[in-house]
Design a protein. Structure first.
Length: 142
């Protein structure tokens, strides 16, 4: 499977910490929003269950940095769906204003474009590998 194309780089140092902070903000917000949606709904329907599962899945995966470009786009679409009322009104209760979702949409789109950073599960699984070639045990023949 060619997942190298999804990730351009895995910056470490301060840029990696910055990407980690962005992922934590979006991931924690999505998890909190999903849990609040489930707790605030008076009856759990299929739409509420699917919305809760998608918010929880994308939030947790962004927190650990797994399949970051794909799931940050999903997070962006979920937030757009909530902002444009594609979901039932009971899912809007945790965010009183639709404008409150604008930073989450922007940060999720930025994460999708920038990648997960060095402090992620993606970097461990799909990051650049160093191949060490041992020295020859005998001199080359002429």
């Amino acid at each position: 499977m060619q997942l190298h194309r999804l990730f351009s780089a895995f910056p470490a140092g301060l840029p990696g910490v910055g990407l980690l902070l962005l992922r934590v903000v979006v991931g924690a917000t999505l998890v909190a929003h999903g849990v609040l949606c489930l707790l605030s709904s008076d009856r759990v329907t299929l739409v509420v269950s699917v919305s809760f599962a998608l918010l929880l899945l994308s939030g947790v995966c962004l927190l650990i940095g797994f399949l970051t470009p794909i799931l940050s786009l999903l997070a962006c679409l979920e937030s757009l769906g909530i902002a444009f009322s594609w979901f039932p009104l009971q899912l809007l209760s945790p965010f009183e204003s639709k404008l409150a979702l604008a930073p989450i949409i922007g940060i999720a789109a930025a994460i999708a474009l920038l990648g997960p950073g060095a402090f992620s599960l993606d970097a461990r699984l799909f990051g650049w590998k160093e191949i060490v070639i041992p020295p020859a045990s005998r001199p080359p023949q002429e």
